[in-house]
Design a binder for this molecule. Structure first.
Ligand code: ATP
Ligand code: MG
Length: 503
């Protein structure tokens, strides 16, 4: 028994944190003579001490009756759900969904129930839900959150305590009714690091192929939640083991058992998964998680040779293409596809700071885009940790980061002035020559001291003044101003380097 998990169960009723909006809406339904129960994810989450993502209520009232009670409501979808708008500024409470007790009948296409039928019995509604931990209902009495009743005909609380995902009723039937439940099972495994009860697991294995019937968008949503969870590595291992992954991301499975050369102790598959795990441990966003997971996806197809001599030339380019195809097939948004494909394509960037120059760093920034350069570094850390290299950033990577900051820094330049060289030539009525540069640098030095001087009126007057100075004097001032600028820049670069503990 996992005592850690037991500990998160509230021991006293006080621990239930149910927001007032929810209590008020339940109470209103009850005052009109209807039953009202919190149900699904929110009950599961409050019982395990987590903050629910949304609050769902279920009731024996029918949609029309619900709408009558709540003038501030709207019909949400074809499942009879009525959304009630609240005053809350908290986005998870702005709309509370009320769904009448429902039965689900036949699923001829294995995706959608043929029609929605309402029922008067809460137990019937709970029976149509996917997993026992999602089939618990909780009703608040007398507007007092400490006074509540739990209806749990499938022993969901026990499974929640023990960390078990178990289908409600006959697993085979349930996955046959709606095959999305197959990937939802994996999502809950990853979100809570739960294990799957044996019969449910066997049934997942036997029914995995039903995923073929499910729309890519629905799969994508559950898959993205899996990747974004705390233990996506656990979910992916089970997906592969049960034959689910081949319906979602078969490209990744190609790395299973593919050994690498002597620098690597892990197979391509293990390495990709470990890289993802590092991204999850750091709670990095989806983009980085997907890039970490897919960064070596091109290796199996580019492998040449065996054992310690194997090579994977071009796996970055091939990997970038495979990534774009795979994410497109899963109908991820274009921006995600583009960015992840870029991060995979450039993950091998050469980072030997003994050899590379600032312009090489600038080139990489151009390839992935400024907004992605720090993401690329994160993918590199995932790659390193995924090889069981130390987590500490070695000098080389810190130096590289410092070079990125240097490259991104906008240098002090006379182009920032309101007047340019041509203006100076016109105002001072002089020929192009070193004098123009001296004047501009003097103006720049003044603007560095006092930004308000960067205006046309002042600078036109100042150009005339400076132009009247003796040539030697102007040269001296101009050169001094240039030195000031260089010193400031030097200092900026030093500050950056100090930040990364590099020289
Ligand atoms: P989350 O906290 O991520 O929202 P959730 O469990 O609330 O998780 P939802 O997709 O919001 O997941 O679904 C709400 C509830 O509806 C579930 O808890 C479950 O009881 C039920 N449910 C959702 N999808 C299905 C399904 N495909 N088959 C059966 N029941 C489902
Ligand atoms: Mg939910």
């Amino acid at each position: 028994m996992n005592f850690e998990r037991l500990k998160i169960m509230p021991e006293e009723k006080e621990k239930l944190a149910i927001p007032n909006e929810t209590i008020q809406i339940s109470s209103k339904l009850q005052k009109h003579g209807f039953e009202a129960f919190l149900v699904g994810g929110c009950v599961r989450d409050i019982l395990s001490g987590k903050e629910p993502k949304d609050w769902d209520l279920t009731t024996n009232a029918k949609p029309k009756e619900i709408q009558k009670i709540f003038p501030n409501s709207f019909y949400e979808n074809s499942f009879g759900t009525v959304g009630v708008k609240t005053e809350s500024e908290n986005p998870t409470l702005a709309v509370i969904e009320i769904t009448p007790y429902r039965l689900e009948e036949k699923y001829t296409d294995k995706r959608h129930p043929d029609k929605v039928k309402f029922t008067d019995k809460l137990e019937d509604d709970l029976a149509r839900r996917d997993f026992t931990i999602n089939a618990i209902a909780l009703s608040i009495k007398n507007e007092n959150p400490k006074d509540y009743e739990i209806v749990d005909p499938f022993n969901g609380q026990k499974d929640l305590k023990h960390g078990i995902i178990r289908a409600v009723g006959d697993a085979n039937e349930r996955f046959n009714e709606d095959a999305l439940r197959i990937i939802r099972a994996i999502r809950f495994v990853s979100e809570f690091n739960f294990s799957i009860e044996d019969k449910t697991k066997e049934s997942l294995r036997n029914n995995a192929d039903l995923l073929k019937l499910i729309s890519k968008e629905r799969i994508r949503d559950e898959f993205a939640k899996t990747i974004n969870s705390d233990s996506p590595d656990v979910g992916l291992e089970i997906m592969r083991e049960l034959g689910i992954l081949k319906h979602v991301l078969p490209e990744l499975e190609e790395g299973w058992g593919v050994t690498q050369n002597k620098e690597h102790i892990y197979t391509v598959w293990e390495h990709n998964i470990r890289a993802l795990k590092h991204a999850a441990e750091n709670k990095w966003p989806l983009k980085i998680r997907l890039s970490a997971l897919l960064h070596d996806v091109g290796k199996p197809r580019t492998k040449k040779g065996e054992g310690h001599d194997s090579t994977f030339y071009g796996h970055d380019v091939v990997g970038g293409k495979i990534t774009a195809q795979a994410l497109k097939r899963l109908k991820f948004p274009n921006k995600i596809i583009e960015d992840v494909a870029k991060l995979v394509r450039w993950h091998l960037f050469f980072s030997d700071t003994e050899v590379i120059t600032l312009s090489a760093v600038k080139r990489i920034i151009r390839h992935v885009g400024e907004e992605n350069i720090w993401n690329l570094m994160k993918v590199r850390y995932c790659d390193r940790v995924g090889m069981s290299r130390p987590k500490e950033r070695p000098f080389r990577l810190r130096k590289y980061e410092s070079m990125i900051e240097e490259a991104l820094r906008s240098p002090l330049s006379v182009t920032q002035l309101t007047v340019n060289g041509e203006d100076v030539i016109k105002i001072a009525k002089i020929e192009p020559g070193p004098k123009v540069g001296y004047i501009l640098h003097i103006l720049l030095e003044e603007v560095i001291e006092d930004e308000s001087l960067n205006n046309r009126e002042y600078q036109e007057k100042r150009v005339e003044e400076l132009n009247r100075l003796d040539e030697k004097e102007l040269q001296k001032m101009g050169e001094y101003a240039k030195n000031v600028k260089q010193a400031i820049e030097q200092k900026e670069v030093e500050t950056i380097r100090k930040k990364y503990f590099v020289r």
